[in-house]
Write a protein that binds this ligand. Structure first.
Ligand code: PLP
Length: 443
């Protein structure tokens, strides 16, 4: 006879799937009435069933779903291994913090060391540099690819430069050829913020697999979601251990949640000034955090990952659709994939040419009135943000394009929940606004 809990579990999960069929039935698109968001989660019955299935386990913290998800993620990206955390920002924080570990000896990053990056982007790509007492060195980016200008990166390497930490802007891979060459020539660490780029490739290889550490975000706007969530990808077991330690309170012990004595000498260690035999579970080799996620989040992630290929294909198709509709429009700088890359786009960035006498905020207000969602290029020029104005950056060259992007760039959605009529509505609305002489009031 079947275990009564297993029977009940099946009944619950099939009810959840029936609920999803009703809940997620597509509704007709009504321009001006149906919102056209920039991003959003795309859930189905399997996702909800996975969430409920993991809840019914009652395990709650990292467990069987976390193991499955981490393995599948690493395999997908082509990294040696992956660690699941509670956000992309947490992933960035420990992807860099791990490289300050004394366990890396001479290669450990030290306060005052420089990290190459850009000023245009999301704050938590840059924050870990400050949070670890390191110094950001920023260069300008290209319009259209929105990634660092390669020649500027070359110029920026100085005697104190020890790492490069940048994001693949809106899924568009940065120039990994130049970046990898610089890392090899100067012995730099590469921390790849791949939070917006799950599924992007460079030279046929997935982003997230290039860096010594790399990250992903699973916030609902991203390619797959776990609600809140993120991952760190690593190449070496030594670095993995440090990432894990920073994630798990800074502890030296590397037992999985719910396990003891993985090292088989739990009561035989002598580290720091502690007495011999002090329980390894309570020995701390780093000033760490607790950034772990739950097994419910991992269950959702594993279920979403099964659909990632389809999501990526839809994002690329939506990007193509908007490109076709807006191609050749005077005054619009349209996005361009970096050479040798095939981006899994996060969004569709548009820069209003500085010569186009149209005000960006007026355009965004107009799109908003039509329920078309827009976003800016995150922090714009982060050095101009209130929290960063008095912080110590080294700037190499001018930041002309960064400032243009801050004033003239925005992005619209390409996420899989958008349909062709929605994309046409976005394109028609932008074209209608910028070609109307009464909107040509000056930039
Ligand atoms: C490039 C980049 N890095 C990091 C993050 C942070 O991810 P999270 O929102 O999961 O903390 C984001 C957020 O969208 C991002 O765009």
């Amino acid at each position: 006879m079947k275990d009564p809990q297993a029977v009940l579990r099946e009944e619950i999960l099939s009810a959840v799937r029936r609920f999803a069929e009703v809940e997620y039935t597509a509704r007709p698109f009504v321009p001006g009435t149906t919102p056209v968001p920039v991003s959003g989660k795309v859930l189905d019955g399997n996702d909800l069933a996975a969430l409920v299935d993991s809840s019914l386990d009652g395990w709650l913290t990292a467990g069987r779903f976390t193991k499955t998800f981490e393995r599948a993620l690493a395999k997908y990206v082509g990294a040696r291994s992956a660690l699941f955390v509670n956000s992309g920002s947490s992933a960035n924080l420990i992807a860099l913090s791990a490289l300050t570990s004394p366990k890396l000896h001479k290669r450990a990053l030290k306060p005052g060391d420089e990290v190459l990056t850009v000023a245009m982007g999301f704050p938590t790509t840059v924050n870990p540099i400050f949070q670890n007492g390191l110094k950001p060195v920023v260069v300008d980016v290209e319009l259209a690819t929105y990634d660092a200008i390669s020649s500027r990166l070359r110029e920026a390497v100085g005697p104190k430069t020890r790492a490069i930490m940048m994001a693949h802007t809106l899924g568009n891979p940065f120039d990994l050829k130049t970046v990898q060459e610089l890392c090899a020539e100067h012995g730099l660490w590469l921390i790849e913020d791949s939070c917006d780029a799950l599924g992007s490739t460079y030279d046929g290889q997935r982003t997230g697999s290039f860096g010594d550490t790399a990250t992903a975000s699973f916030y609902p706007a991203h390619h797959i979601t776990t609600g809140e969530g993120g991952a760190v990808f690593v190449k070496s077991p030594l670095v993995r251990k440090q990432v894990e330690s920073f994630r798990d309170w800074g502890r030296d012990c590397y037992c999985e949640t719910g396990h003891d004595d993985t090292c088989h000498k739990r009561f035989q260690w002598q580290l720091g000034d502690l007495p011999l035999g002090y329980d390894h579970k309570y020995i701390y080799s780093h000033v760490g955090y607790n950034l772990k996620a739950t097994d419910m989040q991992a269950a959702l992630g594993a279920s979403q990952l099964d659909k990632l290929d389809g999501f990526v294909a839809k994002r690329k198709a939506n990007f193509k659709h908007l490109s076709k509709r807006l191609k050749g429009t005077e005054g619009l700088i349209l996005p361009k994939a970096t050479k040798n890359s095939d981006p899994s786009w996060f969004g569709f960035p548009i820069t209003l040419d500085p010569e186009l006498p149209v005000n960006r905020e007026n355009l965004l207000r107009f799109l908003d009135s039509r329920l078309i969602g827009t976003r800016l290029m995150f922090a714009g020029n982060i050095m101009r943000q209130p929290a960063y104005r008095n912080l110590d950056f080294r700037v190499v060259g001018d930041l002309t394009n960064t400032d243009i992007i801050m004033k003239r760039t925005f992005w619209v959605g390409v996420f899989p929940g958008l349909t062709a009529p929605m994309l046409d509505y976005i394109a028609d609305s932008i074209l209608e606004f910028i070609t109307d002489p009464k909107n040509r009031t000056g930039a």
